[in-house]
Write a protein that binds this ligand. Structure first.
Ligand code: 7RM
Length: 649
């Protein structure tokens, strides 16, 4: 690893918790302080006390076993079930008939399931899984559209101790086959089709193609989403969801599972080579997901909570399914695209269901900005009280827009930093306790010991950039990469022994606030200075005509790397040479001559992952005029690359 990162971003706005929050949240400033101190002085006692919030069939013998680091065991000897925690324990309370999932399909169909109804469906489906021979420990692939059945399938696996591997519905047959094989999946749960922007995604057809190359898969369950598609059902292998459910009992006691029993595998792309199967286990993960959901979103029983992620992404696992359901929340779930049939679909949903807490991603926020304020302004968004952001650093400009246009200036924004690997939110403000600053995820949560260090592992001085690490284990940490423990150790634990390496760059300001500057791989090296791509992007995005920007380095004989910017304009603005000159001057003025772009390229779209993260490594090839030899399987839209390359000529 090379030297520290130079930070050039200037941002000094501070938003203290508003009167509606101070004194009314689950965790106030004093309580947050008490929790942090407690975790520092009695780490295991702190976590043991938090774990009391879950239902255990048997309370653990030992809180943490770190003797075999980096392999942690949390709540060893404890017996628990994730599905029981999400369902059964609410049935003896007033939440029994509370809406668990309020779902809206892309075509406009809707469905609501109370906790009791969801429990009924999950129990029946779990019995269906058993009928097909699925046993504790078996791996099950879930390749579904965003329907309640995806959550039912996950919870049914969890109920019987089967390990699910959810694959985002936008992935190809090839990706499904790779993941089936890596996990040695025995069963695939899918649907005939999924809807996306009015188009049909042929899920079952993709599964059929994948199964030509997935020898371990014995059975396929098919949910009938559209009821009109003539999908082929292979006799003896494929069974309709409704047929399976027609003749099973609704009595299915939850298995008493070891706290360290695997709950799921979730594949996440590595920068090179094959995807990593991140493995999470039960007790620690459930604690991380439920506790952070309660703390960060300040969840109350009358909240209508909407996380717009897909269940195929970790955010969907932790903050659509396991966290909110464990807390007995009402979850809104939406199947489709934010701009179908029109660009106001999200705001229509917020208004219709009176959503109070909204959790979405910077990529979506930048798209809304680009589409124009008239879409949210058509709707009554006064039910919103709290807004969340996740997935990428949020540019201060996008933060301000989210705050003002969506939040009406009254809703705190919780910018939540975490990873598939961390299982749950690690760095975020608690809305009644921590003043926010646009672009900063603020401070680590109580019990999380995140720091910014140099390459020797020494904490760097305030405001100098370094590497974000986590110094102590935490309950929802990943346990290994499925089938490749060596890669787990090499990737996360070899830079600093005993310390978790996040691969993100960050700085900590004079108030101890953490500003995540993006992946270490994305850092620019300009005339010996290491600059964060995100900071240059933020400077571009605060120009009134710019909607979105991606900045990469291009090899340069003189400077080491030249700064090359791909820029998307807001609707109604045209590319021109004078605008290019304008933007270069703007960046130089905002953050200094050092960061003055060498090249600006206008484009309609940027290459992104399916969860909306900009794929800068692909842009590096384009900027350098190299033919790419990179893994593009996580790319959302293959057309974008071809288009960007064509623009080069
Ligand atoms: C939840 C999720 C993880 C990477 C992470 C960061 C980036 C996510 C933020 C963020 C700045 C944030 N899981 N990231 N959230 N960067 N501020 N609030 O995204 O495994 O898909 O990605 O995403 O680089 O390491 S993930």
């Amino acid at each position: 690893m090379s030297a520290n990162i130079t930070s050039v971003l200037k941002e000094s706005r501070v938003f203290p918790p508003s009167n509606e929050f101070v004194g009314h949240t689950l965790v106030n400033e004093a309580e947050r302080h008490r929790l942090c101190e407690w975790a520092a002085s009695d780490f295991e006692g702190f976590w043991a006390a938090q774990a009391e919030s879950l239902h255990w069939f048997y309370k653990w013998d030992k809180v943490l076993d770190w003797s075999n680091a980096p392999h942690a065991k949390w709540f060893t000897g404890g017996l628990i079930n994730a599905s029981y925690n999400c369902l059964d324990r609410h049935l003896t309370t007033a939440r029994k008939n509370k809406a668990a999932i309020i779902w809206e399909g892309e075509p406009g169909d809707t469905k609501t399931l109370t906790y009791q109804q969801l429990h009924h469906q999950v129990c029946k489906f779990a019995n269906g899984l058993k009928q097909l021979g699925i046993q504790k420990g078996d791996r099950v692939t879930i390749y579904m559209p965003m329907t309640p059945e995806a959550a039912i399938a996950m919870l049914a696996c969890a109920r019987i101790g089967a390990v699910h591997s959810v694959i985002f519905g936008g992935f190809s047959a090839e990706a499904v086959a790779d993941r089936n094989n890596d996990a040695k999946a025995k069963l695939v749960i899918t649907a005939d089709i999924g809807w996306r922007r009015g188009n049909v995604i042929p899920l079952k057809q993709n599964v059929d193609a994948a199964l030509e190359k997935s020898p371990t898969v014995e059975k396929v369950i098919v949910f009938n989403r559209a009821r009109n598609t003539g999908v082929h059902m292979k006799p003896g292998r494929d069974i309709w969801w409704h047929d399976l459910m027609s003749d099973v009992s609704a009595n299915c006691p939850a298995e008493h599972l070891d706290s360290e029993h695997p709950l799921f595998i979730l594949y996440t792309s590595g920068s090179t080579g094959k995807p990593k199967g991140v493995l999470h286990t039960t007790g620690g993960y459930m604690l991380g997901a439920s506790l952070t959901h309660k703390w960060v979103f300040d969840i109350k029983d009358d909240d209508v909570y909407w996380c717009t992620a897909d269940v195929g992404w970790v955010t969907g696992h932790s903050y659509i399914v396991y966290g909110p359901l464990a807390n007995g929340s009402t979850v809104v779930m939406y199947e489709g695209a934010p701009n179908h049939p029109k660009e106001d679909r999200f705001w229509d949903i917020v208004e219709k269901y009176r959503v109070t807490v909204l959790y979405t991603a910077p990529t979506a926020i930048r798209a809304f900005i680009k589409w124009g304020d008239e879409h949210p302004k058509k709707h009554d968004l006064s039910s919103l009280r709290l807004l969340g952001s996740v997935g990428e650093p949020i540019n201060p400009e996008a933060w301000m827009w989210y705050h003002e246009v969506i939040g009406g200036g009254r809703c705190p924004i919780v910018d939540t930093w975490w990873q598939t690997e961390t299982g749950a939110i690690m760095i975020a403000p608690l809305p009644g306790a921590v003043p926010t600053k646009p672009g900063s995820a603020t401070k680590p949560l109580p019990g999380i010991f995140a720091e910014v260090v140099d390459k020797e592992g020494k904490v760097v001085p305030a405001n100098s950039g370094g590497f974000l690490v986590v110094k102590k284990p935490w309950p929802s940490m990943m346990r290994t990469i499925y089938g490749d423990d060596q890669r787990f150790k090499d990737t996360y634990w070899s830079n600093y022994p005993g310390i978790y390496f996040t691969a993100d760059g960050a700085r900590q300001d004079e108030d101890g606030y953490i500003w995540v500057m993006g992946r270490v791989d994305d850092v620019l090296n300009v005339s010996g200075h290491r600059l964060s791509t995100m900071e240059v992007e933020s400077a571009l995005v605060n120009h009134p005509k710019v909607a979105e920007a991606a900045v990469v380095g291009r090899p340069d004989d003189l400077k080491g790397e030249a700064i090359c910017c791909f820029v998307t304009l807001k609707q109604g603005n045209a590319p021109s040479d004078s605008l290019k000159a304008d933007l270069k001057a703007h960046v130089a003025k905002e953050i200094g001559a050092l960061a003055r772009p060498d090249e600006i390229k206008f484009t309609d779209t940027l290459p992104k992952t399916r969860s909306g993260k900009i794929m800068r490594r692909l842009l590096r090839d384009i900027a350098a005029n190299r033919e790419g030899a990179q893994d593009t399987t996580t790319l959302e839209d293959y057309g974008v690359l071809a288009k960007l390359r064509a623009d080069e000529e």
